[in-house]
Design a binder for this molecule. Structure first.
Ligand code: PLP
Ligand code: ZN
Length: 408
């Protein structure tokens, strides 16, 4: 297997053994390309546990590398019959990425990215974050013995995610600005010599780890679904999912690929707007706002590849309102026992909307990728209306409450 690191704009090749995030010629994003796919021996895959490193032949890490792992990937693919019938679909599965070690899909990218950081001899790593990236990087860098800096928008990340970064021992830099400001600042800092290795989704090694979710879906379902739905913030994940699908096809493991449907929040939806208007650029959202903090991003760095993924797969990018997200979160939890954070619930809200608009056919087998665990963002649930029932600590009082709800 040969890997090259190529600019997505001008095709210039870069050295894989050096730190590079953007093209030195034109500033475009870099992508890892695999060649010799047809000769690849993947006969070992089925003997290995389900997870990111099952697919190591497709990951750009040399044999014998010290792999920094916490057991990422191998998340459940749950068939949701009750929810499917509520939404009007024949078959719906949820690929629950909240089951990862730090509770989000970011761990798939970090196991590869932090492993690469060590290979590059970095002593420290950094990221800007809406919460989950910092939680994940903080954990994997701790595991690797690297120093970690995370930059977050002050007051704008869920308490559970901040607690993770704190306990894993990252140095947390809060800025008085939004995620887009933080991103700009870390990308700028990463240009200087001696700065920490940058692990946002401009980093091509993270995308490589994240693409494994599609290999797992294919292995768990023993086929690919017709539609894959996922939330879109900075758009690294939809980029990764599409790359994974193209590689499955190049390997001869898939013929027809699913349609990719990306979901954005209404007031943070530059990619959905560009898609709907048929534009080849995005107009950043100056004041992105949504309860789904993980996708509260106005100027997504991977917008171009996200548009391409939606268009090339015959999919689309749609928006949903916060009220729809909260209803969907409640629905998934109460109908199927799966508690996801608001950004992840946007996929269920999106399916509901698109089935109603005839943009998803009831016969199309659908997989929603729920990206993060609901326990991270308990504030969001405070908006739910039904709460608790009070009772006195007596048998009579308890029996009275039960009698009201059941027939005892
Ligand atoms: C990071 C994140 C997203 C957005 O992913 P992108 O790659 O930025 O599009 C969605 N949901 C959750 C829970 C996340 O942590
Ligand atoms: Zn270039």
């Amino acid at each position: 297997m040969r890997y090259t690191l190529e600019c997505i704009e001008c095709g210039t090749c870069h050295n894989l053994g050096e730190r590079a995030y953007v093209c030195e010629k034109c500033g475009g994003l870099l992508e890892i390309k695999l060649s010799d796919m047809v000769d690849l021996d993947i006969s070992d895959w089925s003997a290995r546990p389900l997870g990111v490193w099952r697919y190591r032949e497709l990951l750009p890490i040399e044999a014998g590398a010290n792999i920094i792992s916490l057991g990422e990937g191998g998340t459940g693919l749950h068939e949701c019959r009750r929810l499917a019938s509520v939404l009007g679909l024949k078959r719906l599965h949820v690929k629950n990425e909240g089951e990862n070690p730090t509770g989000s899909f970011k761990d798939r990218g970090m196991t590869v990215g932090v492993t690469k950081a060590l290979r590059l001899g970095a002593g420290s790593v950094m990221c800007a974050s809406t919460g989950n990236t910092s939680a994940s990087l903080a954990a994997y860098s701790a595991r690797a013995g690297l120093r970690c800096f995370v930059m977050i928008p002050a007051g704008k990340i869920a308490a559970g995610k901040l607690a993770q970064a704190v306990v894993y021992g990252a140095q947390i830099i809060e800025i008085d600005g939004n995620f887009d400001d933080a991103m700009r600042l870390v990308v700028d800092a990463a240009r200087r010599d001696g700065s920490p290795y940058l692990l946002n989704s401009v980093n091509p090694f993270r995308i490589e780890g994240q693409k494994t979710v599609t290999f797992e879906i294919n292995d768990q379902l023993r086929r690919l679904p017709r539609v894959i739905v996922l939330p879109v913030g900075n758009a690294g994940n939809i980029t990764a999912v599409w790359k994974g699908l193209l590689e499955l096809r190049a390997l001869g493991l898939a013929n027809e690929l699913p349609r990719l449907i990306g979901i954005q929040a209404e007031i943070a939806s530059p990619i959905a707007n560009a898609f709907k208007q048929g534009l080849d650029h995005i107009e950043p959202a100056a004041k992105p706002e949504t309860i789904a903090t993980a996708i509260r991003i106005g100027s997504p760095v991977n917008w171009k590849r996200a548009l391409a993924a939606a268009r090339d797969s015959g999919g689309l990018i749609e928006t949903v309102a916060d009220t729809e997200i909260l209803q969907a979160q409640k629905m998934l939890a109460s109908q199927e026992g799966i508690f996801v954070e608001p950004a992840s619930a946007s996929t269920i809200a999106g399916v509901r909307k698109l089935v109603d608009e005839d943009l998803i056919d009831p016969d199309e087998e659908t997989v929603c990728i729920t990206t993060g665990n609901g326990l991270k963002d308990q504030e969001a649930v405070a908006f739910s209306t039904e709460r608790t029932t009070k009772a006195k600590p007596t048998r009579e009082s308890v029996m009275a409450v039960l009698a009201q709800s059941c027939s005892i």
